[in-house]
Design a binder for this molecule. Structure first.
Ligand code: PHE
Ligand code: CO
Length: 263
């Protein structure tokens, strides 16, 4: 049982496509200079402007680029099902879209978050490999009882990751690029702490799901993220994490320095 359902593309109303287009235009106008090149390039290649995408057409295009596909699921799926999809280069996406009253905030990921937020990065070959490796790592973490540690890695990279570039900090996290409020806040607000990515550090940092983040982790490149996660055996890390205390959100360790807007 892989929990996939037909997208029922023909059932979307014109009003629902309209909500997509409103969100799309807003983010498309906002993101140049904020989102990283990998995201912007993926967005261009995938042609998502016209309305809620048909997953079959979208998967065809994405498959040509990186071998990934998008499949519809009814909502959140069990962890092992989610990992199994990722490990096989299938991204499970919600098919419902938020209402016009929920443009800025919603609890559960909808098709705009899942497709606009996540799929452009899956058109990048390096990030595509990272997501697959994460799926494989997820199965392993489940077996070792350390999924809560690995989930933090997903949160602080796939959902809320920042990237250091020559032009300054850029966004690659899907939770940020799919939100107008957080796209601005993540790079420009003086409130959140932005610190360099470290694998054990991230896995010791809890997160909140109901507000903008108070902390972001910055990777030097997507390739570094892939290399460091792929080449590290997480099993001994999980063992040491079982003994290590969580680091409260927003705390900065002695050896850490903060990134500022100008970085
Ligand atoms: N190398 C990890 C492990 O040993 C697997 C992994 C790769 C996890 C990439 C997350 C991201 O479990
Ligand atoms: Co997401």
């Amino acid at each position: 049982m892989d929990w996939t359902v037909p997208q029922n593309f023909a059932a979307y109303t014109e009003a629902e496509h309209g909500v997509w287009r409103t969100l799309y235009r807003r983010q498309r106008a906002l993101l140049p200079g904020l989102a990283c090149d990998a995201f912007m390039n993926g967005l261009e290649k995938l042609d998502l402007a016209g309305g809620i995408p048909d997953f079959v057409t979208l998967s065809g295009r994405l498959h040509e680029l990186t071998g990934w596909q998008v499949v519809a699921v009814p909502g959140l799926v069990p962890d092992e099902v989610f990992f199994e999809h990722l490990a096989n280069r299938r991204f499970p996406a919600g098919r419902f879209i938020r209402t016009p009253e929920q443009l800025d905030y919603l609890q559960e990921p909808d098709v705009f978050h899942d497709v606009f937020g996540h799929v452009p990065m899956l058109a990048d070959p390096v990030f595509a490999d990272y997501m697959q490796a994460y799926g494989q790592g997820g199965m392993r973490a489940l077996g070792l009882g350390r999924l809560h540690n690995l989930a933090r890695l997903y949160w602080y990279t796939v959902e809320f990751g920042l990237l250091r570039t020559r032009e300054g900090l850029r966004i690659y996290g899907a939770g940020i690029v799919s939100s107008a409020t957080e796209s601005r806040y993540a790079l420009s607000s003086a409130q959140p702490k932005r610190v360099g990515f470290s694998l054990p550090r991230v896995m010791r940092t809890p997160y909140v799901i109901d507000d903008v983040q108070k902390m972001y982790f910055v990777v030097d490149s997507l390739q570094t993220l892939l290399d460091v996660t792929q080449n590290t055996d997480f099993a001994p890390l999980y063992v040491s994490l079982a003994e290590a205390a969580d680091i409260p959100i927003g705390d900065i360790l002695p050896q850490e320095t903060l990134f500022t807007k100008a970085d």
